[in-house]
Write a protein that binds this ligand. Structure first.
Ligand SMILES: Cc1cc2nc3c(=O)[nH]c(=O)nc-3n(C[C@H](O)[C@H](O)[C@H](O)COP(=O)(O)OP(=O)(O)OC[C@H]3O[C@@H](n4cnc5c(N)ncnc54)[C@H](O)[C@@H]3O)c2cc1C
Ligand SMILES: *[C@@H]1O[C@H](CO)[C@@H](O)[C@H](O)[C@H]1NC(C)=O
Length: 608
C-alpha cells in the first residue's frame, strides 16, 4: 500500500513538474523593457491626464483583445502583462481615477494614499522586484522604510510596552531575542516554521493553474497536504500554533500582530496565510517613491502603447454573453444608457462577489459551479481609514518612515472579537487596535511637493453593519447622524494617536476625515466595505477552495484576477494577476519572472 502510494506520488509529481515547466504562449518578460529614468512628474494636472481619462464610447479602441473590469493592481497588472505580448486591452474603472486601492486623493492640499503603506520582498534582483521594474518600464522607484519598520505597541497608557520589529533573516530573530530573553528557542522555532510554510506556496499557484482533474486528484487524495507545508499547516490557527511555542503573552502578541495586514483575528487565521505575510516582510519593507499614484501612472502608458486604454467613470453593470454562454463583452452604465463593448475575453478585477453576484445574468449566476464557488468564499472584514493632514515637518512632529501597530491589550482574540462584534455605541468609544503610519515621512519627494506639511494614515477595522443604514445616501452628504458617528470614531482614534505621539497636538491638525466601510463601497467597489476583499480565514486555504476558485471561471472567456483569486495585499493581488495571465497565455508566468530575475542577476554580475 505504502509503496503504491509512493509510486503514484512520483508519477503525479512528474506530471505536475512537466506541466509547470511546459509553456506555449508568449512570454511578457522576454525582453528587458526598462527605459532610462525620466524626470518625475509631480504636477497633478499632468498626472491626471493619465490617471483620469473619462469614459466615452468614442475613446474605446477597436478590435480589442480583452476587457478588464477594475483598475486595481490586479487589473492593471494583468493588462500590462497582456500588453507586453502585444494585446490590445481596455481597462474600465468605476471610480473617477485609476488605481483601485493604489489610488490617491487630495484634500486641502494634502495627498493621501488609500491602500499602500508598505510592501515587502522588493530587494534588487528578486523576482518580485524585477517583475515590477519590467511592468513599469523601470520608472517606479521603491524607497526602503526604517529598520525597525514596524513598532508593536501593547497595553494601556500606564503600562505600555513597545517592541521594534526589524527586517533581515538574522536581524529579525536577533532583535526579538533581545526583547524576550529566555525565549530564544520559541523565536527560532517560530521563524523556522514560518519560512518552511511560506515556501510551500508554489502548490497554491499550481492548484489554480493545472488541469482540473489533476487539481482534484491532488486535493481529494490528500496529496496536496503531503506535498506542501503550506497546505499541511493551513488548517491550523495562528493562535493554536503560537500558543504551543510560548507562554509569554507579549511574545505571542508580537508573533501575531501582523494579522492586521489580512484582517482575521489570530484564532481565525490560517497559520499559512500568516506565514506568507511574515516572510513577505522578512527582507525589508518599501514605499513607492512619489506616493501610491506612481504605480498606475507608470503602468497605464504600457497598456496604451499596445493600443489599449484605461478609462475611468466607467462602471460595468453587466458582462455580456453569447448564446453559447461565452463571455463576449461588457455593458457600461452611462446615466440611463448602456454602452456595449465587445471583446473575445473579459477579465474581472472587481472581486468574486461583484463579478458573480452583480455582473452575471441570473441564469448563469445560478449555475452550480458558480454557486459552489460563492458558497466557499465569504466577505472579509470592513475597514476604517482616517486621513490626517498636519501642519509641520516630519522632524517637528516626530514622524518616521515606519508603522505603528497599537493594541490596548495583548490578548488579540478577545480584544478584536469584543470590538468588531460589539454594539456600535460601545465599540466607537474605544479603538483597541490601530495602525498608524505617516505616508509623507516615507516619501523622499514629499518635502518638495508639500513643504512644511505631513500626513498620517490611521487604519482599523469596522463592522459593515454599523454603517449599513446610510449606504444608499449620497457619498458626500449622508446626513448629520452619519457625520456624528464618524466624528466619534475620529475622536477615539485621535485619543490613541495623541497619546503615543506626543509631538502631535490638536492645533497641528489642518485636515481630518474618516472613510468607513460604506466609503470603501463607493470608492473601491468593496461590496461590504471590505478592506482586503474576500475573507482570509482558515477556510480560504483549504486545498479544495484553492483549486476551485481559480482565474479560469466556469464560464468560457471569463477570468478572475486580483486579491480574491490569490491573496490580498499589493503582492497578493499582483500574484493573482500573474496567475491569471498564466491561465490566459498558457504558460507559467511565475516561472518566467523567476527566470528573468536570474538572467538580470547574471548580466549584472558580468558588468561588475
Ligand atoms: C486601508 C488599506 C491599507 C492597505 N495597506 C496595504 C499595505 O500597506 N501593503 C499592501 O501590500 N497591501 C495593503 N492593502 C491591500 C492592498 O491594497 C489590496 O489587497 C490590493 O491593492 C487589492 O488589489 P486588487 O486589484 O485585487 O483590488 P482593488 O484595488 O480593490 O481594485 C478593484 C477595482 O475594481 C473596481 N471595480 C469594482 N467594480 C467595478 C465595476 N462594476 N466596474 C468597473 N470597476 C469596478 C474598483 O473600483 C477598484 O478600483 C491595503 C488595503 C487597504 C484598503
Ligand atoms: C503652521 O504652523 C506655523 C508655525 O508653526 C504657523 O506660522 C502657520 O500659521 C501654521 N499654518 C496653519 C495653516 O495653521
Amino acid at each position: 500500500m505504502f509503496l503504491s502510494l509512493v509510486i503514484l506520488s512520483v508519477a503525479v509529481l512528474t506530471f505536475v513538474l512537466k506541466y509547470v515547466f511546459s509553456s506555449s504562449g508568449p512570454n511578457p518578460f522576454e525582453e528587458d523593457t526598462r527605459e532610462p529614468l525620466k524626470k518625475m512628474v509631480h504636477d497633478r494636472k499632468q498626472k491626471n491626464k493619465v490617471l483620469k481619462q473619462g469614459f466615452l464610447a468614442s475613446k474605446v479602441p477597436e478590435n480589442l483583445d480583452a476587457i478588464v473590469i477594475g483598475s486595481g493592481i490586479g487589473g492593471l497588472g494583468l493588462a500590462v502583462l497582456l500588453a507586453k505580448v502585444g494585446k490590445k486591452v481596455l481597462v474600465l474603472e468605476q471610480h473617477d481615477r485609476a488605481g483601485g486601492c493604489c489610488h490617491t486623493f487630495t484634500e486641502k492640499g494634502f495627498e493621501f494614499d488609500v491602500g499602500i503603506h508598505y510592501i515587502g520582498d522588493l530587494l534588487d534582483h528578486k523576482p518580485f522586484r524585477c517583475m515590477l521594474d519590467q511592468m513599469t518600464d523601470g520608472q517606479l522607484h521603491w524607497e526602503p522604510l526604517e529598520n525597525p519598520f514596524d513598532q508593536v505597541v501593547l497595553g494601556p497608557p500606564e503600562n505600555r510596552r513597545q517592541y521594534p520589529i526589524y527586517s533581515g533573516r538574522t536581524r529579525f530573530p536577533e532583535e526579538l531575542k533581545k526583547c524576550f530573553p529566555g525565549e530564544e528557542k520559541a523565536i527560532d522555532e517560530y521563524l523556522k516554521l514560518v519560512k518552511e510554510v511560506g515556501r510551500g506556496i508554489w502548490l497554491l499557484v499550481l492548484l489554480k493553474l493545472c488541469p482540473v482533474p489533476l487539481a482534484k486528484f491532488l486535493v481529494y487524495t490528500g496529496l496536496a497536504k503531503r506535498l506542501s507545508s503550506f497546505f499541511k499547516m493551513a488548517p491550523r490557527s495562528l493562535t493554536e500554533v503560537v500558543n504551543e511555542l510560548t507562554d509569554n503573552k507579549d511574545l505571542r502578541a508580537v508573533f501575531t500582530y501582523i494579522f492586521g495586514t489580512y484582517g482575521n483575528m489570530p484564532k481565525d487565521t490560517s497559520f499559512s496565510m500568516h506565514s506568507l505575510l511574515v516572510t513577505h516582510y522578512l527582507n525589508g519593507a518599501w514605499y513607492p517613491k512619489g506616493g501610491a499614484s506612481e504605480i498606475a501612472y507608470h503602468m497605464i502608458p504600457i497598456i496604451e502603447k499596445a493600443g489599449g486604454a484605461v478609462l475611468v467613470r466607467a462602471p460595468v453593470n453587466r458582462i455580456l454573453f453569447n448564446d453559447a454562454k461565452e463571455a463576449c463583452g461588457v455593458s457600461v452604465k452611462k446615466g440611463q444608457e448602456e454602452v456595449h463593448i465587445r471583446a473575445p475575453m473579459v477579465i474581472s478585477n472587481a472581486g468574486i462577489f461583484n463579478t458573480y453576484q452583480k455582473l452575471l445574468p441570473k441564469d448563469l449566476q445560478a449555475m452550480p459551479a458558480i454557486q459552489k464557488q460563492l458558497s466557499l468564499m465569504k466577505n472579509g472584514e470592513g475597514g476604517l481609514s482616517i486621513f490626517v493632514g498636519l501642519n509641520g515637518t516630519k522632524e517637528e512632529l516626530g514622524l518616521k518612515a515606519d508603522n505603528y501597530w497599537i493594541f490596548s491589550e495583548n490578548n488579540f482574540d478577545e480584544l478584536v472579537e469584543k470590538y468588531i462584534n460589539g454594539k456600535r455605541e460601545d465599540s466607537v468609544k474605544k479603538i483597541p487596535l490601530l495602525f498608524v503610519a505617516s505616508p509623507s515621512a516615507k516619501d523622499p519627494t514629499w518635502e518638495e511637493r508639500s513643504p512644511g506639511k505631513s500626513t498620517l494614515s490611521l487604519v482599523s477595522f469596522a463592522n459593515y453593519e454599523w454603517f449599513e443604514e446610510w449606504k444608499d445616501g449620497k457619498v458626500t452628504n449622508r446626513g448629520p447622524e452619519y457625520k456624528e458617528l464618524k466624528e466619534a470614531f475620529i475622536e477615539s482614534t485621535l485619543e490613541v494617536v495623541l497619546d503615543v505621539f506626543p509631538k502631535i497636538t490638536r492645533d497641528k491638525i489642518e485636515y481630518i476625515d474618516a472613510g468607513t466601510p460604506i466609503t470603501n463601497t463607493h470608492y473601491i467597489g468593496a461590496p461590504k466595505g471590505e478592506i482586503y476583499g474576500a475573507d482570509h480565514g482558515i477556510a480560504r486555504f483549504s486545498p479544495e477552495l484553492s483549486a476551485t476558485v481559480r482565474p479560469a471561471t466556469p464560464l468560457k472567456n471569463l477570468y478572475l484576477t486580483g486579491q480574491d483569486v490569490f491573496v490580498c495585499g499589493f503582492a497578493g493581488a499582483l500574484a493573482g494577476a500573474l496567475t491569471c495571465g498564466s491561465a490566459i497565455l498558457n504558460r507559467n508566468l511565475h516561472l518566467d519572472a523567476i527566470a528573468m530575475a536570474k538572467k538580470r542577476k547574471l548580466i549584472k554580475l558580468k558588468e561588475e
